[in-house]
Design a protein around this ligand. Structure first.
Ligand code: ZN
Length: 70
């Protein structure tokens, strides 16, 4: 089961969110400030297997600078 790492854009809290296939598009809330302005990060373990096999629902390059979400 994929674990995604998110970072809150409001308070910079890093947290992990376990996604299930049925809730894949659900945006988690920040556990600290309850903001939904969170940015998905790819965890290290996901990156290791992510290049091949699984097609990750990546909505943008994880390495590029954040571009204009707001
Ligand atoms: Zn927050």
């Amino acid at each position: 089961m994929p674990i995604y790492e998110y970072q809150c854009r409001d308070c910079s809290t890093l947290f992990e969110h376990l996604t299930t296939s049925s809730q894949d598009s659900e945006t988690p809330k920040c556990p600290k400030c309850a903001s939904r302005h969170v940015q998905k990060r790819i965890s290290a373990s996901a990156m290791r297997v992510g290049k091949k096999g699984t097609s990750l629902p990546v909505a943008g390059s994880p390495c590029s600078a954040p571009s204009g979400f707001s």
